[in-house]
Design a protein around this ligand. Sequence first.
Ligand code: BTN
Length: 242
Amino acid sequence: MINWQIEKFASVESTMDIAHDRAGNGCAEGRVIVADEQTRGHGRRGNAWVSPVGNLYCSIILRPELAIRNSGQISFLTAVVLADTVMPMLSDDHIYQNKWPNDSLIDGRKFAGILLENGTSGHQLDYLIIGIGVNIVTAPQDKIDLASVVKNPIGKDEFLNALTLNFTMRLDQWRKHGFAPIRQAWLTHAKGLGGDIQVRLPQGDLGGKFNGLDENGALLLGLDQGLEKVIHSGEVFFGPMN
Ligand code: BTN
């Protein structure tokens, strides 16, 4: 069982910095840094995460028994926790999907972002920080907010409460049964599974079938003649090659 300890701030540059500081100073797992707004919120690939008041911005500190190379499992676990939390809130006419590797979509638009960072000592994982931003009441134009798709309005504190409860359950499941049930839960809502996709890689785009995930969450891309490529990072586009 995780003992959640929520530490709240009005305005910070990024909850990630404070979480690194707390974790580096030895805080227990389960510490959650939450801020009403961020002035330098950021996401993956150096993108900014616009963070006005009203949405949820938090960084969760965990200390899992895990090899550094397998830590990506925890971002899939987090995506599953978001699905567990949000799906029961949605009114009927909305579609929930996970987009590989880390995007949580409603009606094809992103409502939340997950950023995983770590602290290591030598070759060992010391701690993980899971940054989560959820568009509760407002979203940039290409994204979506929960207020426009839920049956009943939800505030960020109530949302965080539900999120930590679901985290406790999924972490317990992961610690007992490993990654397989998490991967299965993620795949249940995977966008484009079994269909044609393009993956943008540094050396160019590669087309194939989205066959599933490997034992750590890498994407399995089916190629001609029964070949399969394991993709660890890249951006996915849906549909056949133009
Ligand atoms: C992404 O989709 O690129 C990930 C976005 C992660 C944003 C959250 S908001 C809370 C935490 N603090 C940050 O600066 N980033 C993460």
